[in-house]
Write a protein that binds this ligand. Structure first.
Ligand code: OAD
Length: 231
């Protein structure tokens, strides 16, 4: 069986990384994304944008994967043993899937632990704070290696190619509010795939899923993975 999984902020919520939308202290309720997560915001006030991502990077370095990340890593290994495959695409810029043991993770919105030169485009590892004094070897300014509103997500050809080969589409911990990721379920349905949603509450496109399970990711993801590996 080939499974395509799309994860979002909900999978890392119980690791303390926060979500963007929904009840409680969601990030985009406390901060205006147009002031922090667009190329225009970075051009206008790079120090403010760096401050926001520096705080998130420090938070990430202090966080650990939870049982949902661990279960998805176990699913990858379990499917491979059975001659199947998992494509794990995440909108998350954290590295918690990798730290839980997932060998192959497609970060369509970039990675917080990388910086990219705004001039030559080269990406490098980054575990330290960035500032307006952070520069590439070519002297270009460094920016977080994340996809901002108005920018094109990464690896889209690879992602659509993987959807073609999948037997099952699963969305975990994502609100279904941000495209193109929110449109993957429709693509999957058009190809005749079964679609499953695992989330705390119904997402914006919950009606498009055949199978829906609601609860904290640390509980519903491990039990769903056990079911799949038993079947
Ligand atoms: P959102 O914050 O929009 O949605 C998080 C989803 O996770 C919601 O549907 C919550 O109900 C659910 N959730 C919360 N806690 C959970 C838990 N413990 N277990 C399971 N589910 C839980 O996050 P995304 O859909 O990932 O992009 O957001 C998509 C994109 O919007 C992000 O990648 C980011 C943001 O703006 C950029 O910054 C470009």
């Amino acid at each position: 069986m080939n499974i395509f999984i799309l994860t979002g902020a909900g999978v890392s919520a119980e690791s303390g990384l926060g979500v963007f939308r929904g009840p409680g202290a969601a990030l985009w309720k406390r901060h205006d994304p147009m002031q922090l997560a667009t190329p225009e915001a970075f051009a206008r006030d790079p120090a403010l944008v760096h401050e926001f991502y520096n705080a998130r990077r420090r938070n990430l370095l202090a966080a650990s994967p939870n049982a949902a990340h661990v279960a998805l890593a176990r699913l990858e290994a379990g499917l491979a043993q059975r001659g199947g495959a998992l494509t794990l695409v995440t909108q998350n810029i954290d590295d918690l899937h990798e730290r839980a043991g997932s060998a192959s993770v497609i970060h369509m919105h970039g990675e917080l632990l990388k910086a990219r030169c705004a001039s030559c485009g080269a990406a490098r590892d980054c575990r330290e704070d960035l500032s307006t004094n952070s520069h590439c070897d070519c002297a270009g300014a460094l920016r977080p290696h994340v996809v901002w509103f108005g920018e094109t997500p990464l690896y889209m050809d690879e992602i659509y190619a993987a959807l073609e080969l999948a037997d099952l589409f699963v969305a975990v911990g994502t609100s279904g509010a941000v495209y193109p990721a929110a449109g993957f379920v429709r693509e999957a349905r058009a190809k005749g795939l079964r679609c499953c949603e695992l989330n705390l509450e119904p997402s914006e496109n919950a009606d498009e899923f055949d199978d829906r399970r609601y609860g904290p990711a640390s509980e519903i993801v491990p039990s769903w993975v056990e079911e799949i590996l038993r079947s």
